[in-house]
Design a binder for this molecule. Structure first.
Ligand code: 6GU
Length: 467
């Protein structure tokens, strides 16, 4: 690749001789030419700028001088196609995809570094319509530099490291931020194992490559959600698996195709109407098809009424976590107040003593210090978004924070509900018996399952404790 840089500060680019950039030039994969714009001026003062047409502050660089400088480097290169990059704070934000395209498809790059208030607009206009030239006005970000020189160096460095033969290990490039996954890169550590009281995360020293990979993936997702929520909207849904979605949901995001924000919080005293309405709406969805509607209605009236929830909310041994959905903060949504809508909940009985459900089998199977997951419901429209898994793990985490004596949690779920059974299995629940569950006067066969937090730890990504 040939790069021509035109600037009134040619000495600025001495830095390109340093380090890998110099090596690339020596190895012949890169030729750089630095030009002094002032060599094109025709007066003794080597003037390159004039007052802006229409008045105002600052100076504007003259089109005739720039035209001569650019024509000259295009002619000299003899390239069929030239990209004319113009650094300007009003340009398109430079992104890795564009840099990669440049590195792969461009033989000749010209960078025109403006100073003062910029270059006369007709320069960009003229070269845009000139065959064989593509104009790329680019910006480094939302702040203002004195001139394009720093941006030119950034563009050169970002481009050159992607040229074939530049880096030793091309794989290391692909794992980086923005490449492939569109996620930020996970953090790196090296010895010593302990430094100023800070440890390398033990998983990285475990030698377990599966676990290391999973940990790094988790870190990437969490970093992206917390530092660059704008990138979440751009993630290709195909690169996300179930666990990825659960981690993002625990941090507040349901990426495409859902495109919503989610939050988890404890239901508060006084919210019995919200809880009862939500629970009543969701209960029928998990009922087996043979249950008649009147049995379901009776169960709701007896077990999910406002009065029942009023008592639950007062009970220090009961934890209710709500999952709520809001719109993404798109430009138009930014002026609106958030409108969090409850779409799911968990209800866990953890008080002591007497918090275990009365069913003989469940008591036998679970034993001491075992909480009871009495309800875990989510609107079907959010199935597959990671919301349910995040809600369950956040509920586990919150449970353990609020009731440190709890070491296990048990549940019963309809034997025929394969979706639920698979879900609980994925979240560490293991079958340990059966029970009868009454809906009104109808007997239902339930599977009983328990998760032991000592052998199946709550994932660290769930520590978004519901407030
Ligand atoms: Cl490319 N140029 C200038 N002058 N300021 C900038 C920039 C470019 N990108 C961010 N700020």
């Amino acid at each position: 690749m040939r790069i021509d840089i035109i600037s009134i500060f040619p000495q600025f680019f001495d830095c390109l001789d340093v380090s890998l950039m110099g090596k690339a030039r020596d190895s012949g994969i890169l030729q750089t030419h630095i030009w002094d714009l002032r060599d094109q001026s025709e007066d003794v003062h080597r003037t390159v700028d004039r007052a802006p047409a229409g008045g105002g502050a600052g100076m504007v660089m003259k089109p005739d001088i720039w035209g001569k400088a650019i024509d000259q480097v295009i002619d000299e290169s003899g390239a069929n196609k030239t990209v004319l990059a113009i650094p300007t704070p009003s340009g398109i934000p430079l992104a890795q995809a564009r840099v990669r395209e440049l590195a792969e498809n461009t033989d000749h790059l010209v960078i025109a570094c403006g100073r003062y208030e910029g270059i006369d607009q007709r320069v960009s206009q003229y070269y845009q319509q000139l065959p064989g030239v593509e104009v790329l006005p680019f910006s480094l970000g939302d702040y203002v530099l004195n001139g394009g020189e720093v941006a030119a160096v950034a563009l050169v460095e970002a481009t050159c490291r992607l040229l074939e033969g530049f880096v030793g290990n091309p794989q290391s490039l692909l794992e980086e931020s923005y490449e492939l996954s569109g996620l930020l890169e996970y953090p790196a550590y090296t010895k010593p194992q302990s430094w100023r009281g800070l440890e390398i995360p033990p998983v990285l020293l475990s030698g377990n490559h599966e676990k290391i990979k999973a940990w790094r993936r988790e870190q990437s997702l969490i970093l992206t959600a917390t530092r660059r929520p704008d990138l979440i909207e751009k993630i290709n849904p195909d690169v996300l698996n179930k666990t990825d979605r659960e981690i993002l949901a625990a941090h507040g995001f349901l990426p495409a195709p859902f495109k919503r924000k989610v939050r988890f919080r404890l239901a508060r005293v006084g919210e019995e109407a919200t809880c009862s309405a939500l629970a009543s709406r969701l209960f029928p969805q998990a009922c087996p098809p043979y249950l008649p509607p009147d049995a379901i209605e009776r169960f709701i009236a007896e077990n999910l009424s406002e009065q029942v929830f009023k008592n639950y909310l007062k009970d220090p041994g009961i934890q209710i976590v709500l999952a709520e959905i809001d719109a993404y903060e798109t430009a138009e949504a930014q002026n609106k107040l958030p409108q969090w809508q409850p779409v799911g909940y968990t209800l866990i009985k953890a008080g002591s003593p007497g918090y275990l459900p009365p069913e003989e089998n469940l008591v036998k199977a679970t034993g001491e210090n075992c909480a009871y997951l009495s309800k875990c419901y989510v609107e079907p429209q959010w199935y597959g978004s990671g919301l349910s898994g995040a809600m369950l793990e956040v509920s586990h985490f919150t449970l353990q924070k609020r009731y440190p004596h709890i070491v296990k949690i048990g549940l019963g779920t309809n034997l025929g509900n394969r979706r639920a059974r698979k879900f609980y299995r994925r979240h560490g629940y293991r079958k340990c018996g059966q029970r009868i569950f009454m809906v009104a006067d109808i007997e239902n066969q339930d599977l009983v399952a328990v998760r032991d937090f000592t052998t199946c730890q709550i994932p660290s990504w769930a520590k978004n404790v519901a407030q």
